[in-house]
Design a protein around this ligand. Structure first.
Ligand SMILES: *[C@@H]1O[C@H](CO)[C@@H](O)[C@H](O)[C@H]1NC(C)=O
Ligand SMILES: *[C@@H]1O[C@H](CO)[C@@H](O)[C@H](O)[C@H]1NC(C)=O
Ligand SMILES: *[C@@H]1O[C@H](CO)[C@@H](O)[C@H](O)[C@H]1NC(C)=O
Ligand SMILES: *[C@@H]1O[C@H](CO)[C@@H](O)[C@H](O)[C@H]1NC(C)=O
Ligand SMILES: *[C@@H]1O[C@H](CO)[C@@H](O)[C@H](O)[C@H]1NC(C)=O
Ligand SMILES: *[C@@H]1O[C@H](CO)[C@@H](O)[C@H](O)[C@H]1NC(C)=O
Ligand SMILES: *[C@@H]1O[C@H](CO)[C@@H](O)[C@H](O)[C@H]1NC(C)=O
Ligand SMILES: *[C@@H]1O[C@H](CO)[C@@H](O)[C@H](O)[C@H]1NC(C)=O
Ligand SMILES: *[C@@H]1O[C@H](CO)[C@@H](O)[C@H](O)[C@H]1NC(C)=O
Ligand SMILES: *[C@@H]1O[C@H](CO)[C@@H](O)[C@H](O)[C@H]1NC(C)=O
Length: 776
């Protein structure tokens, strides 16, 4: 776990002078000022003025300056320094589950509405909260653009270029659907270069200068009810956070929170700290993830990009096609453990939405239960948005409460019983994971979801509760950031698509950046389906997949689904089995592989950053029995990049042991790996991606290294290795596997490569003795 706090305060003279100077300026401008500096978060200062304006400083330099706050009420906008009247300021010292804090609350009259704007700075955490409360509610609040704007703005920030000692401030913004991947944006934080999708598809924004100093800005509560709004207006540009623009009525006492989180240790660390704080706050647990069959085992997919997406074997029904796929897999000993059934099996209604989530008789002539019985496998069931003619709605003669919109042609359930019944009914055909796709369309296109402040929360909470009741997990697809953050409150949501639907040969595998966000929220990022062989004749996409190894490696390293969408007769079993043990258990790393900070700095800051990398460099680690192993995965790179353990994010795995590094195809060529001995990387391309393994020296004399099961993407994993005993110069490795499964485990002993073979018996365990070169 990453501590939520950062190192000791180290204020130098220069910094103190800067702060003093700021105080002088501030006092002359705004009468009075308070500076709050979280004591453990050395470099962060929040400076509050007595009119409610503020600055956020990093190492004494102002990164964020407030702009006018505003609140809508009674058909108009009340803005700071115009007609928003400050009536009270209240300062308290408080305490909550995060720790002690200092909070300043400004109370304003926005016409008939009494609103509070509070700033809370934690004493020992690099965390600032901004809270808006509509004390007595507000009427007629709707913004000019319900989709893109907000009805309130606090915090509001000026968007203007900031130059630190390192150079200009850059940004990364998660925007749009697929976990903020679809329209994610990078660049210089300035009015001309900030280019984000705001409004209902907004997401967390990160500011950085390349030195490690990083701020993350996001919502922190009521995730389905808030937006940001980038008002692009030259020097007067602002970025405001508030309740979404479509809301026309705010109930009394309604309050929303936003957070600014600081880290001195780069983007990955900032997200981990930010995520750890929010997960703690909402009690997010990974229990559903650990037990999620579709995350732990190999599966077969019929999603967009798969061969059998709205396509069947000639002269066969879908039912027979699915059964034939499994017969073929049996011949090749490919142990699929579940089947994903995409949108082709149920009834569509108006505009292509879901009319009835029941199997169509022309698709499954003998019914879904029959198919489930025949396959003997659990199901991952896809679903879309609801059409306004859905049979479940009372308006259409059904049994359940829905909001039905003939203006949009869509509907949204508003009934716990509906979700309970829907998912319980689906357990009869083996549903273990419910895939809610088109989350952006359902939210963005149903008016009620952005005019009602609580409907979005109700919708997802009911879905999540029903899943939990039925022991089912939820996979999000086409999800904007708001839904991902809402899942902090919905533990049954275990996985999310982190990029576009799979298209053979395309760059849909680029999930290294969106995985940072998903991982922070405690949700597993998934890559979607893949083909295991290049040519799949007659496919509907008229495409080939030249980078099958890359596809498999990304799937495994995501820690999410490994899901094959091959045509019958066109699977490469050797490649597929690089993911898993003999019964399809995925051998995976301890966290999703994520893009290194240098990749993001380079993309955002370009020529302003000199140590970047062009292309993709992702890292992850594996923790096994107290030992840690690293993986540096390089799918694609231009030029040469020199990476150290610190740049790889491996601070936590360099635990005093000497580390060595080797490329998976070239294990005889090993180098020491430390901040003094970086690894130089070049020549990795999509058709031949590089995987560097970082492994500890287990004993000195002889020098023993465990390279592991080199036929697998992850050669040492907790799914295979349960314990590593190092006593003196003796190394024993405890393994688990499947009866009659054979495993080759490789070691380097004084630079000699030694491979020891093991075969598991009915005990499913084996002990490998490196000195004796035996395995029993
Ligand atoms: C909102 O409208 C209701 C009903 O007309 C009224 O009772 C209430 O005072 C209004 N609230 C505000 C803050 O204007
Ligand atoms: C919202 O912004 C998008 C571009 O981001 C624009 O195409 C659209 O017209 C805007 N909608 C409204 C209602 O302003
Ligand atoms: C903003 O981003 C969009 C989509 O990512 C891109 O098409 C457009 O060119 C960008 N605009 C600027 C000014 O960079
Ligand atoms: C599925 O199998 C169960 C028990 O094995 C049986 O009771 C049921 O009738 C079968 N259903 C179908 C539709 O084949
Ligand atoms: C659904 O919406 C469409 C388009 O808005 C409308 O034409 C149709 O009558 C609606 N159907 C029902 C059942 O409400
Ligand atoms: C669940 O099944 C029952 C019994 O067949 C049926 O009456 C009900 O409509 C179904 N509900 C849903 C939401 O599928
Ligand atoms: C299938 O995936 C492609 C590429 O991601 C996308 O352009 C297309 O819209 C998707 N089709 C459907 C029906 O979702
Ligand atoms: C399929 O792709 C090939 C090569 O890209 C192209 O020559 C051919 O015209 C395409 N066929 C169809 C039906 O689009
Ligand atoms: C199958 O995959 C393996 C492992 O990537 C590869 O070595 C082999 O060439 C592939 N076989 C075919 C027929 O492409
Ligand atoms: C392997 O050998 C090359 C030179 O042939 C060297 O550049 C590289 O750093 C070596 N180490 C690793 C881990 O690949």
């Amino acid at each position: 776990m990453i501590p939520a706090t950062v190192g000791k305060k180290t204020m130098n003279l220069c910094l103190i002078l800067t702060v003093l100077l700021l105080l002088v300026i501030a006092v002359s401008q705004h009468d009075a000022v308070n500076t709050y500096s979280p004591s453990d978060a050395d470099n962060l200062d929040v400076i509050l003025f007595n009119d409610g304006s503020f600055k956020i400083n990093v190492r004494g330099q102002t990164w964020l300056t407030s702009a006018n706050m505003f609140f809508n009420s009674n058909g108009r906008t009340y803005a700071q320094w115009r007609d928003l009247i400050l009536s009270n300021i209240d300062k308290i010292n408080g305490y909550d589950t995060t720790g002690t804090y200092k909070q300043t609350t400004y109370t304003f009259e926005a016409g008939p509405s009494k609103v509070n704007a509070a700033v809370r700075v934690y004493d020992a955490h690099p965390i600032v909260y901004f809270t808006q409360t509509f004390e007595n509610g507000a009427n007629r609040t709707k913004a000019a653009s319900p989709i893109n704007k907000t009805i309130s703005g606090f915090p509001s920030f000026q968007v203007k270029g900031v130059t630190t000692a390192q150079g200009p401030l850059g940004y990364l913004a998660y925007c749009g659907y697929h976990t903020g991947d679809k329209s994610k944006a990078f660049g210089i934080f300035s009015p001309t270069e900030l280019n984000i999708t705001d409004g209902i598809e907004f997401g967390p924004i990160t500011l950085f200068d390349g030195s490690g100093d990083t701020l993350v800005i996001s919502s922190a509560s009521k995730f389905m009810s808030v937006n940001n709004w980038f008002n692009k207006d030259g020097d007067k540009s602002t970025l405001s956070y508030g309740i979404m623009g479509g809301v026309d009525n705010v109930p009394a006492g309604f309050s929303v929170d936003f957070i600014v989180y600081y880290s001195s240790q780069g983007i990955n660390q900032a997200y981990e700290g930010w995520g750890e704080h929010l997960r703690g706050l909402y009690g997010r647990s990974d229990e559903f993830i650990r037990n999620d069959l579709t995350l732990n085992y190999l599966g077969y997919e019929t999603d967009n990009g798969s061969y059998y997406y709205y396509v069947v074997e000639s002269g066969k029904t879908y039912q027979d096609t699915i059964l034939d796929v499994l017969d073929y897999a049996k011949q090749l000993l490919i142990p699929y453990r579940y089947i994903q059934y995409d949108s082709w099996w149920y009834f569509k209604g108006f505009g292509g939405g879901v009319k009835s989530w029941e199997a169509r008789p022309d698709i499954f002539p003998d019914g879904f239960q029959y198919v489930h019985n025949k396959t003997g496998l659990p199901s991952l069931g896809h679903n879309r948005w609801w059409s306004n003619d859905t049979v479940y709605a009372k308006q259409n003669g059904g049994q359940y409460n829905f909001i039905v919109e003939s203006t949009t042609g869509k509907a949204v359930p508003n009934d716990q019983k509906f979700w309970d019944d829907l998912l319980e009914n689906a357990t009869s055909w083996g549903l273990v994971t419910y895939e809610q796709d088109w989350l952006n369309v359902e939210f963005d296109k149903v008016d009620a979801l952005h005019s009602d402040v609580s409907l979005g929360d109700t919708w997802l909470t009911q879905m999540g509760k029903a899943a939990a009741k039925n022991g089912i997990t939820i996979e999000y697809c086409m999800s904007p950031s708001r839904h991902i953050m809402h899942a902090l409150q919905t533990n049954a949501v275990t996985q999310t698509h982190a990029s576009n639907d799979y298209i053979p040969g395309k760059d849909q595998w680029e999930i290294g950046v969106s995985s940072i966000f998903a991982y922070a929220m405690g949700i597993v990022p998934i890559k979607d389906a893949m083909w295991s062989s290049t040519i799949q004749p007659g496919n509907r996409y008229n495409k080939t997949e030249p980078n099958t190894e890359l596809q498999l490696a990304v799937s495994v390293l995501s820690t999410g689904a490994v899901a094959i969408g091959d045509r019958i007769g066109y699977s490469n079993a050797t490649l597929i089995m690089r993911c898993c043990n003999a019964e399809g258990l995925i051998l995976k790393p301890s966290k999703p592989a994520t893009a290194v900070d240098d990749q993001i700095y380079q993309t955002a800051l370009g020529g302003h950053y000199s140590n970047g990398v062009e292309g993709h460099v992702w890292t992850t680690y594996i923790e096994v029995g107290g030992l840690k192993f690293g993986i540096i995965f390089v799918p694609d790179i231009y030029g040469v990049y020199s990476i150290t353990p610190t740049k790889a994010g491996f601070r936590n795995i360099m635990t005093g042991k000497q580390m060595m590094v080797f490329e998976a195809r070239d294990m005889r060529n090993m180098s020491a790996f430390s901040d003094q001995a970086p690894l130089r990387i070049s020549g990795c391309i999509k058709s031949k991606p590089c995987t560097y393994h970082v492994t500890p020296v287990l004993t000195q004399n002889p020098s023993i290294l465990m390279l592991g099961e080199l036929t697998k993407v992850v050669p040492v994993s907790p799914q295979r290795v349960t314990k590593i005993d190092v006593t003196g110069n003796d190394v024993k490795v405890y393994l688990k596997g499947v009866p009659s499964e054979g495993v080759y485990f490789t070691f380097s002993i004084d630079s000699n490569i030694v491979t020891i073979s093991c075969t598991f018996g009915n005990s499913r365990t084996a002990v490998l003795d490196v000195t004796a070169k035996t395995c029993q």
